[in-house]
Design a protein around this ligand. Structure first.
Ligand SMILES: [Fe+2]
Length: 289
């Protein structure tokens, strides 16, 4: 059917038209049914290369170790590289990925915020990441998403390579897994978990209630990802870009999508001068009693 400018769904009409224009209706259906979807070829290979190079460069600087993509490495298990937005401009392009951002916006609304950009750099061995939901509110979770995550594969994912794991349909359980349900590897691993085996450049997008984790890498070399985590605007941010990377806001403009994702419009955290009253009125909240 044709999506009109219907009053009852004012905030949704344009979003849905974008979803349809970008050929994402099947992805929306998968998100609803299974709690996650895969966007193939989300990133062009040259952008995958730039992201991976930036992560390796930043990892060598921060970890103080040698990182070998395809051969034996001294990097054992996984280690997080945090707060990456300002580390390379390639990451700005990833955050603004049109198709992925349309899905995130559909789940969280147009006021959603970028909470963090993290790479989990994974060598052979070490510990799995146990199954968990990214939603941090107390159970029972709401059926709609408070948070949403996007995991870009920057190297090919297979189970032996240390792929992301998902439990299809777990977003409907509305709670965290218990200790026994959260295990992945070994005989006691959750039998409902599946490896997401995808080529580099794909993105896995999921509802914040969906149980996920990642397998131990069993082969030499590194598995590299980029996790971009988004939240609804009332939630606390993991990485506070708004205050610490003003040059990005200046470069894109205060009203740009990237600046808004970074919280340039977010009112929370005022000092004695109080909030910007115009923005407060626009947000339709906080009226004096
Ligand atoms: Fe997670």
């Amino acid at each position: 059917m044709e999506i009109g400018d219907w009053r009852a769904t004012q905030g949704l009409n344009g979003l849905y038209r974008d979803i349809r224009k970008l050929d994402l209706e099947p992805a929306v259906a998968e998100l609803d049914a299974f709690g996650f979807t895969v966007v193939p070829d989300a990133l062009p290979i040259e952008l995958v290369d730039r992201c991976r190079d930036a992560i390796l460069r930043t990892g060598v600087e921060r970890f103080g170790t040698r990182l070998e993509l395809e051969s034996e490495s001294t990097h054992v298990g996984w280690k997080g590289l945090f707060y990456l937005l300002a580390a390379d401009r390639a990451f700005e392009e990833v955050v603004l990925n049109e198709r992925v951002l349309a899905l995130v916006t559909y789940m969280l609304g147009p006021g959603c915020l970028l909470s963090s950009i993290v790479s989990h750099v994974k060598g052979p061995g070490g510990d799995e990441i146990h199954l968990h939901a990214d939603n941090t509110v107390p159970a029972p979770f709401a059926s709609y998403a408070h948070v949403a995550n996007v995991n870009y594969a920057l190297t090919d994912y297979t189970r032996a390579a240390g792929a992301l794991a998902m439990v299809p349909g777990s977003h409907r359980l509305a709670r965290q897994p218990n200790a026994a349900e959260s295990r992945l590897d070994g005989d006691a691993g959750n039998p409902d978990a599946i490896p997401i085996e995808i080529p580099a450049g794909s993105a896995v997008v999921w509802h914040g209630n969906t149980w996920h984790g990642s397998y131990v890498r069993q082969i030499p070399g590194l598995r590299i990802n980029l996790a971009t985590f988004f939240v609804r605007p009332h939630m606390a941010l993991q990485e506070d870009y708004r205050r610490h990377v003003p040059d990005i806001v200046a470069r894109y403009g205060a009203g740009s999508r990237l600046a808004r994702l970074m919280g340039a419009d977010n009112l929370a955290g005022w000092l004695e001068d109080g909030p910007d009253m115009k923005k407060l009125a626009a947000a339709g909240a906080g009226r004096a009693a």
